[in-house]
Write a protein that binds this ligand. Structure first.
Ligand code: BMA
Length: 870
């Protein structure tokens, strides 16, 4: 189901103008609805502002995508081509189209053009009249055009000024450098912070620099008579004794004075009817509180159905429908609880009155050339998130406020959204025009997104506070400059943004910075949230995840090199070294300001060498990097979950990529799951058994997200590397709801056989709705013997479903199975094949054909993984 949050009679999408024209006439004569709306998506052309030739363009789109489609620039995602297209950002661009509007539409009471997204400094002309000067890609603009439309051909021209030239003009007015170290440009040329535009497009530590221009969201012509519905506001006030109390306010914009009726219905059943007498022209707020008995509640993924109700508002005048507005609405309460406790203060989300541990990831924009395949990619990201048992995604502050469809899919999938305002790792300018621009952007986006069941929290910025206090930025300025910069910070993040939230979305929490602790202080792990980068940037061991233990983690991560096919896409097939120029170029996490010569490629090597067997070729290192990443995310998520309710959220950095690259993502640009995504899926299961060595003891924790207690069976099997069973225990237990409990602990000295250097403890937890397997090794993979041994396998086809059964005499660690058919995805991959214990994976309906195996054993032995087909 996919009901877009927009006017019901958006009948004209994807139809040609001729069909549209006829449709408008037919509608005008036979329908009582007086609202007309159609997209201007045809006949667009573009040109470089100082050139004569107009070329074919796509709207919505970007100038880079248009140039690419025409073969006028090389694909910036391949090789070092991104360096060849940097000129595009320094040029002004013009777009134009033409359209006709029938008299019946032109004569309506109001006729407006709506621009949902102009990127960024745009002068808009309709039939030669300047109708708009835009300066913020995150703002939608609605312009009255009734007086400028003609009966003939109307021409719409949008002139885009180079964002970097405009940015430079602003920058030159500030007598000191405002820090924006993530931007990929020499310090004196960094302009991202002066323009309200997606920061990551200026280059980030996982993104190329592609500073676009263009009409990145739809342009629509709208016309209506008498009055219309704008900005509904829906919120669940409370749920008590099986009754939900819901606010359903509506703003009416009245042109023609008189009596109106507003009818509200839910799932086709009328819930409210308000007669509004003698409304004068102007905006009128209509407040309604609606009681819903025995509501069907919206639940996050894993806790129940994300039930959505179809809400429709109908505006009538003298029994005739004037306008209508429909949307999906989830009945739920979400509260951020920050209560003082012995450690400091809690930081958790309570959904429908229940504390919920948040499991998820950060999402970055899926492409710097925004609007290319966005919906398709959002669908994929969200299904990857759901498949990995997540219940929250963080829309990170260096990207964009996403399209409606993203939030709709989250609503429908039970994914809560942590929404940053779009500010990241930088200092903002403090001039009044800039602050006013931010205020309008905040109000617009809060109103746009506030009705989504998925929206859980608004957050002011990403790491701006940390940068000021911890990255030494405060010390770069004179006391007067520092005072002004800090005052600007307070105005934006302590005044403008929270005021926008308090005014337009008062039920949703606001947190001023990610990370930060209570009362807007720098993060201290005792309260608020944390980004745990001690592992990775500070080279700390993975064990640190379990020692740091913040209250809620919104970032932690480890990079990996994607699979060979993805590397081949951008680097060709001949890469031999992680330090080769092409790999060095792709690695964007290079921070001379952090440490001279710093590159995350060194960190990939560092962690691979610290934990895993030595590698020879680049491909081997790449393979190992993916396994290290999986180990890291498993270690972190399980540590965070074991320590609930002290810690109540674990969102890793980052689920997706915006181009084929080396990064912290768990799914690469082409949608391939890395080993880490399988690991995350396992560690995020609703109920897990997590074995650990703590204080000389072998302990097993059982963590449950279920809301009811469950009976389960835990089987502990201790084996040596030959597969001999050293200990086996099998016991029934009661899994307590929404809790982490220790169900087994024994001193190592008391366990016979465990003194052998190499052993593995396999935990198998089963019960109704429970099925979790885990393995604990006492030593790092790099310290294991990992002898080469063949995998014996057979492919079984049963009713069209293909199964692969594998077995080996020895432990095969990190076994990857690749099919020659790249459409095939196995239900599991990159697992440890335990000695003598068969493993079956399925492929669904596709024949996997020839299989290729790879493992850590084969890397250690310096030879291919042997596989014998039975
Ligand atoms: C985080 C993010 C990003 C960055 C990532 C990896 O702090 O907020 O700014 O891309 O780390 O360095």
């Amino acid at each position: 189901m996919n009901v877009p949050l927009q006017k019901n009679n958006d009948f004209a999408r994807f139809v040609s103008w001729a069909v549209l024209f006829a449709t408008i006439i037919i509608w005008t004569s036979c329908t009582p609805v007086s609202y007309k709306e159609f997209k201007l998506s045809d006949h667009w052309q573009f040109r470089q502002a100082d050139e004569n030739t107009w070329l074919r363009a796509s709207v919505p789109g970007t100038v880079h995508a248009d140039l690419l489609n025409l073969g006028l620039i090389p694909d910036p995602f391949i090789g070092m081509n991104d360096t060849l297209v940097q000129w595009v950002e320094r040029v002004d661009w013009e777009y134009k189209t033409h359209f006709r509007v029938p008299r019946s539409v032109r004569n309506m009471d109001a006729v407006k053009l709506k621009f949902e997204g102009l990127d960024t400094y745009a002068d808009v002309f309709l039939n030669g009249h300047k109708i708009l000067e835009a300066s913020n890609m995150f703002l939608g603009y609605e312009v009255d055009v009734k007086d400028f439309l003609t009966g003939g051909r109307n021409e719409l021209v949008v002139y885009f000024h180079s964002p970097v030239k405009r940015g430079l003009e602003k920058k030159n007015k500030v007598p000191y450098i405002l820090q924006a170290t993530s931007e990929q440009a020499p310090e004196e040329k960094r302009t991202s912070i002066f323009t309200r535009k997606a920061p990551f497009q200026y280059g980030w530590d996982w993104a190329p620099r592609l500073v676009t221009s263009g009409i990145w969201r739809p342009v629509t012509l709208k016309a209506w008579n008498q009055a219309r519905i704008i900005y509904p506001y829906l919120a669940t006030d409370s749920i008590l004794n099986d009754t939900a109390f819901v606010t359903m306010d509506v703003m009416l914009e009245v042109i023609s004075p008189g009596d109106y009726t507003l009818i509200t219905s839910m799932n086709g059943i009328e819930k409210g009817r308000i007669n509004l007498e003698g409304l004068e022209p102007g905006e009128h707020q209509v407040n309604q509180n609606i009681r819903i008995v025995e509501p069907e509640l919206w639940w996050p993924n894993g806790l129940g159905e994300p039930a959505l109700q179809d809400i429709e508002f109908i505006l009538e005048r003298v029994g005739r429908q004037i306008d209508s507005y429909s949307l999906e609405f989830g009945i739920r309460t979400v509260r951020l609880v920050q209560q003082p406790d012995t450690a400091g203060a809690s930081f958790y989300f309570e959904v429908n009155g229940i504390p919920v541990f948040m499991k998820g990831a950060n999402v970055i924009p899926p492409d710097p050339l925004l609007s290319r395949d966005m919906e398709k990619t959002y669908r994929r990201i969200i299904s990857d998130a759901v498949a990995a048992n997540m219940n929250m995604l963080r829309v990170w502050g260096g990207g964009i406020y996403k399209d409606e469809i993203f939030y709709q899919l989250c609503d429908q999938s039970g994914l809560l959204v942590w929404q940053d305002f779009i500010f990241a790792c930088a200092i903002q300018p403090g001039d009044e025009a800039h602050l006013e621009n931010i205020r309008r952007e905040a109000e617009y986006n809060v109103k746009r997104l506030r009705n989504h069941a998925s929206l859980a929290i608004w957050c002011g910025n990403n790491e701006n506070l940390t940068a000021w206090y911890r990255w030494g930025w405060r010390d770069l300025y004179t006391p007067e400059q520092a005072e002004f910069i800090w005052r600007t910070y307070e105005r934006i993040f302590h005044e403008i943004l929270p005021q926008a939230v308090a005014t337009y979305d008062p039920k949703t929490a606001y947190h001023s910075s990610s990370p930060s602790s209570i009362n807007n202080t720098v993060s201290d792990r005792r309260s608020g949230n944390e980004h745990d980068w001690t592992i990775w940037f500070a080279h700390a061991p993975l064990a640190n995840y379990a020692q740091n233990l913040p209250r809620f983690v919104t970032e932690f991560g480890m990079q990996s090199i994607p699979k060979p096919e993805t590397v081949a896409y951008f680097a060709g097939k001949e890469v031999t070294d992680i330090f080769s120029p092409i790999i060095d170029h792709r690695q964007r996490s290079r921070m001379d300001w952090h440490l001279p010569g710093y590159s995350s490629n060194n960190v990939i090597k560092f962690y691979a060498e610290r934990y895993f067997p030595e590698t020879g070729s680049f491909d081997e290192l790449a393979f190992v990097s993916r396994l290290v990443q999986a180990k890291g995310y498993k270690t972190a998520i399980e540590a965070h979950r074991r320590n609930m309710p002290h810690c109540m959220g674990s969102l890793y950095w980052q689920i997706n990529d915006c181009w084929p690259t080396i990064s912290w993502s768990t799914v690469d640009f082409f949608g391939n799951w890395k080993p880490s995504h399988y690991a995350v899926r396992n560690s995020n299961e609703a109920v897990i058994a997590s074995p650990v060595l703590e204080d000389g003891q072998l302990k097993v924790y059982v963590v449950s997200d279920f809301l009811e207690k469950e009976n389960a069976n835990l089987m502990l099997t201790l084996i040596d590397m030959e597969g001999n069973i050293l200990m086996q225990k099998d016991f029934d237990l009661i899994v307590l709801p929404n809790l982490s409990q220790i169900v087994f602990s024994e001193y190592l000295s008391g366990i016979t056989g465990i003194q052998t250097k190499e052993w593995a403890l396999i935990t198998r937890l089963t019960g109704e709705g429970i099925g979790h397997e885990n393995i604990l090794y006492p030593v790092k993979p790099g310290e294991m013997e990992l002898e080469p041994a063949p995998v014996r396998y057979r492919v079984i086809e049963e009713s069209g479903v293909y199964k692969i059964e594998m077995v080996s005499d020895k432990l095969i660690k990190g076994l990857s199975v690749e099919s020659e058919n790249d459409q095939v995805r196995f239900c599991d991959n990159y697992f440890d094949l335990l000695p003598g214990i068969p493993k079956i994976i399925t492929t669904g309906l596709q024949n996997p054909g020839t299989l290729q195996f790879k493992s850590l054993n084969s890397i250690r032995a310096g030879e291919a993984q042997q596989a014998i087909k039975n």
